[in-house]
Design a protein. Structure first.
Length: 391
């Protein structure tokens, strides 16, 4: 079975403020219109964003919301996450009851948000905080036009405090004729508020379908195999962001099937620029096998979600685009239900799954947000990607 893969585009972070609900609602409407959500669906998404943002403003400590687009080869969705550091929910089932409000406001309640969303996830611990995820695909009278399933890979990036651009980026693509998660990222997406008439999906994203070469003899492919890449552009700011963006584009253009070959392709493209740290993992769900190759300071782990035990995957010293050492490839079996985690040094690598009860029992995107909250630092760009659920 081919796992569901999708690309997530970080579009806008909103920090805790009195203007958060209005700003987030306006941005949600524009994003929904830009990706072609039907008016009724766009209104539902904006209503849910407004409710979640209002809850964040009224109750949260150090809260933030991110709005972004999730894309597959055939459709696009609006996704939002809220992340805070407290106070958390003592009774999650009660909080999800329709119309429930801790301060007796007239909000629709998180229960209605959960019902309206195509995907909804909530992790909350008293005294620790809450992470909420909701995703809205298009709907017609017959339901969703496509339903590929819940993506098994999701990541989250956040720029350094005071910066608008993030030097961390991730990407995923499938191998073989089964298709890839996304076409190549040749150009940036239009800004929020792009003209309404640009509703054709391929025009909106400045992308065309990516041709896929079938794997040759001895190459992985089919059976749901996919490649996962993470890049941390050197330093921070626009030049680091450009390096990370170039790495994503090179990753999607590459026809290589092995991580060390993909890194060589990235190295050629990043020459002359900032360069960066990068890691590539080949995940073969049918064989329950992982092949990994990394250069520079990208942390990588295979986590046994049942016990919380994790195994570190070593990278070689160097800078992709400047000094590419001899490839050191690691191969290992994937325990059933395990998770693969890649992140930059914008997160401390001392996190422990056991310190966040339920961390990997949630969607990959929720797990990524929890790791970013628990281990992220403000003095650097931060990014993390999580793969789980397809083996």
């Amino acid at each position: 079975m081919t796992p569901a893969l999708a690309v997530c585009e970080d579009t806008a972070w909103f920090r805790h403020s009195d203007s958060l609900p209005a700003a987030a609602r306006s941005a949600a409407r524009q994003l929904a219109h830009r990706i072609g959500l039907l008016p009724e669906r766009a209104a539902e998404a904006a209503l849910a964003v407004s409710e979640a943002a209002t809850n964040l403003r009224r109750h949260a400590v150090d809260g933030a919301m991110v709005l972004r687009v999730v894309r597959t080869d055939t459709e696009a969705a609006l996704e939002f996450l809220t992340v805070d550091s407290g106070p958390g929910m003592a009774d999650v089932p009660a909080a999800l009851a329709d119309g429930y409000s801790s301060d007796r406001t007239l909000g629709i309640g998180l229960g209605a948000v959960a019902r309206l969303a195509d995907a909804f996830d909530l992790h909350s611990l008293p005294g620790r905080g809450t992470v909420l995820t909701a995703r809205f695909w298009n709907r017609t009278p017959a339901g969703r036009a496509a339903a590929a399933g819940e993506p098994v890979v999701a990541g989250l990036t956040r720029p350094m405090s005071g910066q608008e651009l993030c030097g961390d980026a991730w990407a995923v693509r499938a191998l073989g004729p089964a298709g890839a998660a996304a076409p190549p990222a040749e150009a940036p997406d239009p800004a929020v508020g792009a003209p309404a008439e640009r509703l054709d999906w391929s025009v909106l994203t400045n992308r065309a379908p990516r041709p896929h070469a079938a794997p040759g003899p001895g190459q992985p492919g089919g059976d749901g195999a996919f490649l996962l890449m993470f890049c941390d552009g050197l330093g921070h700011g626009p030049l680091a962001a450009r390096a990370a963006s170039d790495a994503v584009a090179a990753f999607h253009r590459s026809c290589a099937h092995q991580p060390e070959q993909v890194l060589a392709d990235l190295h050629r493209v990043l020459r002359g620029g900032r360069g960066g740290a990068a890691a590539v993992a080949l995940v073969e769900p049918a064989a329950a096998r992982l092949t990994f190759c990394g250069v520079g300071n990208v942390s990588a782990f295979v986590v046994d979600t049942a016990t919380g035990a994790r195994r570190s995957l070593p990278s070689s010293p160097g800078i992709v685009g400047h000094q590419l050492p001899s490839a050191h490839t690691v191969r290992q079996a994937l325990p059933p239900g395990s998770a693969v985690v890649l992140h930059s040094d914008g997160l401390t690598d001392r996190w422990k799954a056991a310190d966040v009860p339920g961390l990997f029992s949630h969607l990959p995107v929720t797990a990524a947000a929890l790791l970013l909250r628990e281990a992220g630092v403000r003095r650097d760009d931060a990014g993390v990607v999580v793969a789980k659920g397809s083996w």
